[in-house]
Design a protein around this ligand. Structure first.
Ligand SMILES: NC(=O)C1=CN([C@@H]2O[C@H](COP(=O)(O)OP(=O)(O)OC[C@H]3O[C@@H](n4cnc5c(N)ncnc54)[C@H](OP(=O)(O)O)[C@@H]3O)[C@@H](O)[C@H]2O)C=CC1
Ligand SMILES: CC(=O)[C@@H](O)[C@H](O)COP(=O)(O)O
Ligand SMILES: [Mn+2]
Length: 386
């Protein structure tokens, strides 16, 4: 029996992880669940899966949930300590890291320290703290299995091959809802427009990241950490149908791709059962006769210059990816609240990066301080930039 902790169970990845768990009831036991504040959905999940422990980050909501489930014997923790308790619960063998944003760093580190295998969706953790996470996984002998669809594809295409044999990694991108538009037509984009992803149904933050192509910058950095290659060896290729989830081109010219319909339940299930493959009973199967064409084009890094900024941040390394990521998290949240425009997102990231003096190999504290300093810096300049 696999025993899993799900950090972010009420989100897009968390819900789909529970669908996989429901489908494999005899093989997967859910031992802990973490959410921020959606206690109604969390209560349904608790009643169905009966975990040993749950955490609601928001203290008032946690109190409310305790009241709502007082007929059950399920303790409700709160705050970061509560998340860590769920992530390092002794009965868990695998932690599904599906919180959104840098809040995921500390619980992931604590889970690794406690010897848990990690099924990683939360890319922000590797982008900002990859230099701490990767050696820690090695030291603790834990598996770090990618859930992000492109990284799962690359992992499957690599199939244990030595990285010496890689010519390049080809990371596919849908191009987002605004593919083909020029910068002047992006001026008045609303959150509602940007939340319409052409192929995937996901949480709001990553959906905006797909619209700016910043998701691809984060994914290039994520791939570099996961597969031990330099940023320059990862090529972003726009593939609007999202059927090829990524490819590896080897030294001899062979290109191995992984394909499937855009459905996250496949990479989630693959990560949970690796190295086994289980029959996928959920959703449709890929039928290539129904796919008219697979097309490819270069990414437009002038219009979507957030991608270019992210690749620069990745090449500079040290604390710069944290600045890039934190500035993006701040800007996406304000864009979703209608407080800044779509094009202000890369503008603010650029200002934050210009202002930053790189720390070469930041400690966890330095990463978290850099995150806060980036937020403070942007708060101070946002009105002059817009
Ligand atoms: N969705 C997708 O298809 C994909 C997502 N990813 C990555 O996976 C991660 C999760 O994405 P997604 O599922 O879309 O995000 P969602 O916004 O849908 O879900 C986020 C989850 O995290 C919880 N959460 C947020 N903040 C806190 C906090 N402070 N304390 C405790 N819980 C918190 C939310 O709880 P609540 O509901 O209560 O707010 C929710 O359960 C991201 O890093 C994303 O980039 C990667 C590939 C694909
Ligand atoms: C499902 C998944 O892994 C997302 O990261 C997805 O790739 C986003 O699509 P884009 O290619 O539009 O960023
Ligand atoms: Mn992805």
């Amino acid at each position: 029996m696999k025993k899993i902790a799900i950090l972010g169970s009420t989100g897009s990845i968390g819900i789909q992880t529970l669908e996989v768990a429901r489908e494999h009831k005899d093989e997967i036991k859910v031992v802990s669940l973490v959410a921020h504040s959606n206690i109604d959905l969390l209560e349904q999940q608790i009643r169905e899966f009966m975990p040993e422990l749950v955490c609601v980050y928001d203290e008032n909501k946690a109190k409310q949930l305790r009241e709502n489930i007082k007929d059950l014997q399920v303790p409700v923790e709160t705050g970061m300590d509560g998340i860590i308790a769920c992530a390092s619960l002794s009965s868990a063998d695998t932690v599904v890291a599906a919180l959104v944003g840098m809040i995921g760093i500390l619980p992931t580190i604590e889970a690794i320290k406690a010897g848990k295998n990690i099924a990683l969706a939360n890319k922000e953790t590797l982008v900002t703290a990859g230099h701490l996470i990767m050696p820690l996984c090695k030291e603790k002998g834990v598996k770090l299995l990618p859930v992000d669809s492109e990284h799962s594809a690359i992992f499957q295409a690599l199939n244990g091959e030595s990285k010496k044999n890689i010519h390049k990694i080809i990371l596919t991108a849908s191009g987002g809802p605004f593919r083909g538009l020029n910068i002047s037509s992006l001026k008045n984009i609303t959150p509602q427009d940007a939340l319409k992803h052409p192929n995937w149904s996901m949480g709001n933050k990553i959906t905006i990241d797909s619209a700016t192509l910043i998701n691809k910058a984060l994914e290039v950095m994520e791939a570099a950490w996961l597969f031990g290659v330099p940023i320059s060896q990862v090529q972003v290729l726009v593939h609007p149908q999202s059927i090829i989830h990524s490819m590896v081109e080897y030294l001899d010219g062979s290109v191995i791709a992984q394909m499937g319909l855009p459905d996250m339940r496949l990479p989630i299930q693959y990560a949970l059962f690796y190295p086994d493959r289980k029959e996928m009973k959920l959703g449709e199967r890929l039928d290539l006769t129904k796919i008219n064409q697979l097309t490819f084009e270069e990414a437009d890094m002038e219009t979507f210059y957030g991608l270019k900024l992210g690749l620069e941040a990745g090449k500079l390394g040290g604390s710069m990816p944290t600045v890039f990521n934190a500035a993006n998290e701040w800007a996406v949240a304000r864009f979703l609240e209608g407080k800044i425009g779509f094009l202000d997102i890369p503008k603010l990231i650029s200002k934050a990066m210009e202002n930053h003096i790189i720390i070469t190999s930041p400690s966890l504290n330095e990463i978290l301080n850099t995150e806060q300093e980036t937020y403070d810096f942007i708060e101070g300049i946002v009105d002059t930039v817009r």
